[in-house]
Design a binder for this molecule. Structure first.
Ligand SMILES: [Mg+2]
Length: 342
């Protein structure tokens, strides 16, 4: 068995703007565990917000990562590799995906079976309308025509104008993500204003260090408040349960698929709703998350739909509905074959 990796630049269809930044490309690292004919695939999409970079992931892989000669189980192998991942959650995610893809292919079962997830219970995914020029909204809404749920990035100086422009052309369900862009006063006012415009919930309205203010907002807001930047790993949940109605789990924040599964379990103990989200990623990362999606309430797994050069084919989306094939493992295949991609 061998472990390999390569970098790849994913390019967005539209510049991807959120409250703190705008990007036209992201560098990801694909990790492969190779065992004879079997290739287990994983993806690290290093989140800049949390200080992770492609170079940090590569350095860690080059200097610290080695497969174990002897291991008791796939969980043991993953634990060993995670121990040498330098705390880089995106690398932990990539390693966990690649190892579980390899192991479930070897055992001829789809990855969702490993997590006891029922693929007939997959949710619909929302489709993101990122921050950009107001004039581009009608075109973006028309491109989002197949998707029944829109996730709209706010936290700008034109938040009401953006929602008004959307509501002029569609009455679809809208979810809002302010990406820490508001203060308490704005958030309270916006929660009522958005509730009147059929917005389902608000994600991370306040800065991650404003937990007590978020708790005040939770008591006042007529619609649910969901944690993203405040919900990294399972140990965060008890600390924020009083301030949020739900959490957004992302593999690139929490690391392994098992940690994501643990977050789902703990959130349920606190009677919190659960969303499964993503970074801008290829179909490798998105498909891995999709295998857990039957276990959650909301999916926001559109990162691969926002890029124009996805080199893999995996989970499909039809009218917003996520659909996995029942191939063993992740069920992803390369569709482009640039140098280094397996
Ligand atoms: Mg978010």
């Amino acid at each position: 068995m061998d472990i390999k990796w390569t970098t790849y630049r994913i390019k967005t269809v539209h510049p991807f703007g959120i409250s703190r930044s705008t990007h036209t490309f992201y560098d990801v690292v694909f990790v492969y565990i190779i065992d004879g004919d079997i290739v287990g695939r994983g993806e690290a999409a290093p989140p800049i917000r949390y200080g992770e970079t492609k170079n940090a992931v590569l350095t860690q892989l080059e200097t610290k990562i080695e497969l174990l000669a002897d291991y008791d189980s796939v969980a043991h192998l993953i634990d060993h590799l995670v121990l040498h991942s330098g705390g880089l959650k995106s690398l932990e995610a990539a390693i966990s995906m690649a190892a579980l893809d390899w192991w479930t292919q070897k055992n001829n079962i789809p990855l969702y079976s490993y997590f006891d997830a029922d693929p007939s219970k997959m949710p619909q995914t929302s489709f993101t309308i990122a921050i950009g020029e107001l004039e581009t909204i009608p075109q973006k809404i028309s491109e989002a025509e197949p998707y029944p749920i829109l996730k709209v990035k706010l936290g700008t100086s034109q938040d009401k104008e953006i929602i008004q422009a959307i509501r002029r052309v569609t009455d679809k369900t809208v979810r809002v993500d302010a990406n820490e862009g508001w203060n308490l006063e704005t958030a309270i006012e916006m929660s009522f204003w958005l509730a009147d415009r059929n917005v389902e919930f608000i994600e991370q309205p306040l800065k991650a260090d404003s937990i007590e203010e978020t708790a005040i907002l939770k008591r006042k807001s007529p619609i649910p408040i969901i944690a993203d930047e405040n919900s990294m790993v399972s140990t965060d949940i008890p600390k924020i349960a009083h301030a949020f109605h739900g959490i957004n789990i992302k593999l690139m924040k929490c690391g392994t698929l098992s940690e994501a599964q643990k977050m789902i379990r703990i959130a349920r103990e606190y009677e919190m709703s659960v969303m499964l989200g993503c970074m801008v990623e290829s179909s490798v990362g998105i498909t891995a998350a999709a295998h857990l999606s039957p276990l959650v309430d909301y999916a926001d797994l559109d990162g691969n739909l926002l890029i124009g050069n996805d080199p893999y084919l995996g989970v499909l989306v039809s009218d917003g509905q996520l659909k996995l094939n029942d191939s063993p493992g992740l069920g992803v295949t390369p569709i482009a074959d640039p140098e280094g991609l397996l």
